[in-house]
Design a protein. Structure first.
Length: 323
């Protein structure tokens, strides 16, 4: 028995589907533009509706719409017949996904949707189908060939529907001028959301946890401050609360090597004055770049008046999930 050539099979599938997507791209016209205009003007939610494979596509498209600035949720056509249609209002826009356009569950729910008075749009593979003819506007995703060699399993057709759904979401995103910050707000738990929203002041060590000493503090007392706060560093400030330097574990080792009297020597004579800082209002992701560029692991945080207010370590950035 000849061993199956999986790579050949995969390339065949991808080639067929890519050709269908190119055809879909060329056929995009005024109906697509009108659909997007209607969805943009929707005062309620965009309700995607489907059943079977098309239902899965509709569900994913709804999630993409919601995450890119167009409030949406998915309703399964079968469940709509048993109560879920109660969540739909006149202000909503219905976007039906059905390649055949003849799914009985969808056809059965159409009269109720029309009674509600919401706008109904469809994405089908046939402009003459029952669903397409019942909608105010239909966009066709007709394909010439499924990637399935039996021409049975929905493959090219579902890919086309999914791609068109993505195209709608991105068109609306661009029309709404949806920004990276907007995207982050709808993804607060993800890494991208943290990169665009998490600020230094959110994770820095501040207040009672901020290790600091004045210029006249003896090394021995500075060492106690460093030890008590457990961050391996203390900021050295003057009488006007301005940053003058830092004292670190490394500075202590140098003091011990030259046998300084740590009880009499002032911190101002041994502190490091080449201090890297970052504003508390800066995005936390910016701290990573500063640390990597200067090969350091700690930054002193300053406020808008350039007064030191905290400490930020690479460890803090790692705990936040940014690294």
């Amino acid at each position: 028995m000849q061993k199956p050539n999986h790579i050949k099979s995969a390339r065949r599938t991808l080639n067929i589907e890519s050709k269908e997507l190119l055809k879909l791209s060329k056929n995009i016209g005024r109906d697509f533009s009108k659909l997007c205009d209607n969805l943009l003007s929707c005062k309620g939610n965009i309700i995607t509706l489907g059943v079977g494979k098309s239902g899965h596509i509709a569900n994913k498209v709804s999630a993409t719409l919601s995450s890119t600035g167009s409030p949406s949720y998915f309703v399964h056509a079968g469940e709509a017949l048993h109560g879920d249609i109660g969540a739909i209002s006149k202000k909503d826009a219905i976007l039906i996904f059905s390649y055949s356009g003849e799914s009985q569950e969808i056809i059965s729910v159409l009269p109720s949707l029309k009674e509600i008075g919401c706008n109904i749009f469809s994405i089908t593979g046939c402009n003459d189908s029952s669903v397409a003819l019942s909608a105010q506007l239909n966009v066709s995703t007709e394909v010439d060939k499924e990637a399935c060699p039996l021409d049975l399993a929905p493959t090219s057709s579902t890919t086309a529907s999914l791609a068109l759904g993505d195209a709608i979401a991105i068109a609306l995103l661009e029309a709404r001028k949806f920004s990276p910050e907007d995207f982050a707000r709808s993804h607060p738990g993800g890494k991208l959301g943290k990169k665009l929203l998490l600020k230094v002041k959110d994770i820095m060590h501040k207040g009672k946890n901020f290790p600091k000493v004045n210029l006249n503090t003896p090394i021995s007392k500075a060492l106690i401050e460093v030890t008590n706060k457990g961050l391996g560093i203390a900021a050295v400030i003057d009488s006007s609360k301005k940053l003058q330097g830092v004292f670190t574990d490394g500075d202590l080792r140098r003091c011990l090597q030259i046998k300084l009297d740590i009880h009499k020597t002032k911190i101002s004579t041994v502190m490091s004055t080449n201090v890297k800082t970052i504003k508390d209002s800066s995005l936390a992701i910016a701290a990573i770049e500063i640390m990597q560029k200067n090969e350091i692991y700690v930054l002193v945080v300053i406020n808008q008046k350039n007064k030191p207010v905290g400490i930020l370590r690479m460890h803090d950035l790692m705990q936040s999930g940014l690294v």
